[in-house]
Design a protein around this ligand. Structure first.
Ligand SMILES: [Zn+2]
Length: 245
């Protein structure tokens, strides 16, 4: 998968022949691009990793790769929990360094989901919704995940769609609930990425530093009053967007 950027400086200078660049997507969401005029721009994409991984899952699904779709849905969900843990922690005033040190202690996914449940409980004073006992074909969602990821199970298209839909609804429900309450934490999560990049890299030879956003399946940067379509409707829309691109 690639991501398309245009040079902001060329656009600002009114150049008619604006240079678009396709670059390979990475996990960090940080890109340094140089256009044909030599303008160097540092782009931070606002989509969190879970959002990008959900796109990988959707593309796999549209291409008929059921196992790959499930593996990417799982990765998206796990990174979503990480994202939520970060913003709830930052909202509560946790420092980045303290967070990083603690995060290294909860490397395994079972620990991370446990951390998510308890932080959610602490933030909202109520039990979080969970996919653990929801049925997907002959399994519950957790066993379905484990069979596909660890045992080479090949899911049917029906079960793959069912799992994708469950993850889609689960992420959207939690995302808006948590980001509405933890607005500051959400901003700090984006800042963390930038601060860590600046600490490791020289940025004085870069003309423009900016945050940009792309079209994604989850469409989290939606305009006001946007009503999220069903998973099936969004798949159809996404197929059309892909054809245009
Ligand atoms: Zn340029």
């Amino acid at each position: 998968m690639k991501i398309t950027f245009k040079c902001t400086e060329c656009v600002g200078n009114g150049l008619s022949n604006v240079d678009f660049q396709d670059v390979e997507i990475n996990s960090e969401g940080i890109y340094v691009i140089t256009c044909d005029e030599g303008h160097k721009t540092l782009k931070f994409t606002s989509e969190p990793l879970f959002d990008v991984l959900f796109d990988f899952a959707a593309y796999s699904l549209l291409d008929g790769y059921r196992r790959e779709a499930v593996v990417n849905f799982v990765a998206s969900l796990e990174r979503f929990y990480e994202y939520c843990i970060q913003i709830m922690s930052f909202e509560a005033g946790i420092e980045f360094n303290e967070f990083n040190t603690t995060w290294k202690l909860v490397k395994r996914s079972e620990r991370q989901i446990g951390a998510f449940y308890m932080l959610y409980l602490n933030t909202f004073k109520e039990a979080p919704g969970s996919l653990e006992n929801v049925k997907v074909g002959k399994f519950n969602a957790v066993n379905f995940r484990n069979e596909v990821v660890h045992n080479g199970f090949i899911p049917s298209m029906e079960d793959t769609l069912r799992y994708g839909e469950l993850v889609y609804k689960h992420i959207l429900d939690l995302y808006y609930k948590i980001t509405n309450k933890c607005y500051e934490g959400r901003m700090l999560e984006l800042t963390k990425k930038q601060k860590e990049y600046y600490a490791l890299n020289k940025v004085n030879d870069i003309n423009i530093i900016e945050v940009s956003s792309q079209i994604s399946f989850l469409n989290l940067n939606r305009y006001k009053d946007y009503k999220h379509p069903s998973f099936e409707e969004r798949l159809e829309e996404f197929e059309r967007i892909r054809c245009i691109k």
